[in-house]
Design a protein around this ligand. Structure first.
Ligand SMILES: C[S@@+](CC[C@H](N)C(=O)[O-])C[C@H]1O[C@@H](n2cnc3c(N)ncnc32)[C@H](O)[C@@H]1O
Length: 312
C-alpha cells in the first residue's frame, strides 16, 4: 500500500459522548489514539483489546525497543481513565531481538519493562497468557528456535473485573459414556500419594473443561481473503474471540486503539458486543470498515471458532 500518511489525520469530536458514539457507529475510525483516547468518556469502556505495533517491527512504524515504554505509557494512561471499574485492558505483544546497542543479539526486555510500568501506573496485572502458534512460520535469528508464541497480558482496572470462564470452556475430552460412568462412581475421589486429589464425580458439571492460559490459535500470515490481506500484521480472529467472550459482558463495549484491519471489532460485533477501533492510517481504516461490513453480519462460524484449540 502506498502513501500510508498519518498526516492530517481527522480529529475526534470535542464532545466525549459524541466521540464514543462516532467510534461505535463507524466501526473503525481513521484517527490517532493519542487524540481519541482522551476524548472517550471516563469509565465507559469494558475492554480495551489490542495488538499495538511491536518494537522495531513494521515498515509502517518503527518504534525502538529502548523507547517503547515511553511511547506506550500515555496511551495506557488514557485507556485507564476510559475503562470501567470492572473493565480490562488486554495487550498482545511479542519479544524482539535487539538489533543495536549493548543488547545487540540478545532478547530485549521491553515487554517486561512495559508490564512493570503498567503495573506501577495502576493497572492490575491479572494474568499472562501465551498465544501458541502451531503453524509458526520458519526462520530464526541466531542460536534460537523459530518464534512460535506471543504474549497476551490481561490487566484490570479494579480488583473485581468481569471474567466469565464459562464463556470459554472447552469440550471435555472424555466421551459421554465415560462421563456417565464417572458421575456414578461411588469411589470418585482419587488421592495421589502426595495427598492431592479431586472428586471425579463432579468434574463434568460445568458444561466444558477449564481452558488453560496457553491459547493455541493458528496464525493466518496475510492469507486472509479480501481486504485484510493488505495489512501486514493481521491477528487471527480466534485470539480476539477468547478475550472478548471471557473479559467483556454481552452488550458491553470493546475498543481497539490500534485497530489495523479491524479484527478485534469484527470479533466483538460477531459475539454481540459493541465495538470500535482507532487506526492511524486511513487506508487501513478503510480496509477495516470494508471487512466489518462484509463479515460481521455473517452467521458462518468464524475462522477463530474453527481454528481455536485451547491447550488445557
Ligand atoms: C499490529 S497492527 C494491528 C493489527 C490488527 N490487530 C489486525 O488484526 O489487523 C497495529 C496498528 O496500529 C496502528 N497505529 C499505530 N499507531 C497508532 C495510533 N497512534 N493511533 C491509532 N492507530 C495506530 C498501525 O497503523 C497499525 O495498523
Amino acid at each position: 500500500m502506498g502513501g500510508k500518511s498519518a498526516r492530517s489525520v481527522p480529529a475526534p469530536p470535542e464532545d466525549r459522548d459524541e466521540a464514543l458514539r462516532k467510534l461505535l457507529a463507524e466501526g473503525v475510525v481513521w484517527g490517532d489514539s493519542a487524540q481519541w483516547l482522551p476524548r472517550l468518556p471516563e469509565e465507559s469502556v469494558d475492554l480495551f483489546f489490542t495488538s499495538p505495533p511491536y518494537a522495531d517491527a513494521r515498515s509502517y512504524m518503527k518504534i525502538s525497543p529502548d523507547h517503547y515504554v515511553e511511547w506506550f505509557l500515555p496511551f495506557a494512561e488514557d485507556m485507564f481513565s476510559a475503562t470501567k471499574d470492572t473493565g480490562s485492558f488486554v495487550l498482545n505483544i511479542k519479544n524482539r531481538v535487539a538489533k543495536s546497542g549493548q543488547l545487540r543479539g540478545q532478547r530485549h526486555p521491553y515487554v517486561y519493562e512495559l508490564v512493570l510500568a503498567l503495573q506501577r501506573m495502576g493497572w492490575r496485572w491479572v494474568e499472562a497468557y501465551i498465544w501458541s502458534k502451531p503453524n509458526a512460520i520458519c526462520g530464526r535469528f541466531g542460536p534460537r528456535t523459530k518464534d512460535s508464541f506471543e504474549y497476551v497480558y490481561h490487566f484490570s482496572k479494579g480488583s473485581k473485573p468481569y471474567f466469565n470462564l464459562d464463556a470459554v470452556r472447552v469440550p471435555y475430552k472424555a466421551d459421554s459414556a465415560e462421563i456417565m460412568r464417572r458421575g456414578r462412581d461411588v469411589n470418585g475421589r482419587r488421592n495421589t500419594e502426595a495427598g492431592f486429589g479431586r472428586d471425579r464425580t463432579k468434574t463434568y458439571e460445568h458444561g466444558g473443561a477449564d481452558p488453560g492460559n496457553v491459547i493455541s490459535v493458528g496464525q493466518t500470515y496475510n492469507q486472509h481473503a479480501g481486504p485484510a490481506g493488505q495489512h501486514t500484521a493481521v491477528m487471527p480472529e480466534g485470539l480476539a474471540e477468547f478475550f472478548v467472550k471471557a473479559v467483556c459482558s454481552p452488550g458491553g463495549i470493546v475498543v481497539d486503539p490500534f485497530a489495523g484491519s479491524g479484527t478485534t471489532v469484527i470479533s466483538a460485533l460477531r459475539h454481540g458486543r459493541q465495538a470500535g477501533g482507532i487506526e492511524l492510517h486511513g487506508e487501513y481504516a478503510e480496509i477495516a470498515r470494508k471487512r466489518i461490513s462484509s463479515q460481521s453480519s455473517s452467521s458462518e462460524p468464524t475462522l477463530g471458532e474453527e481454528l481455536v484449540r485451547w491447550a488445557g
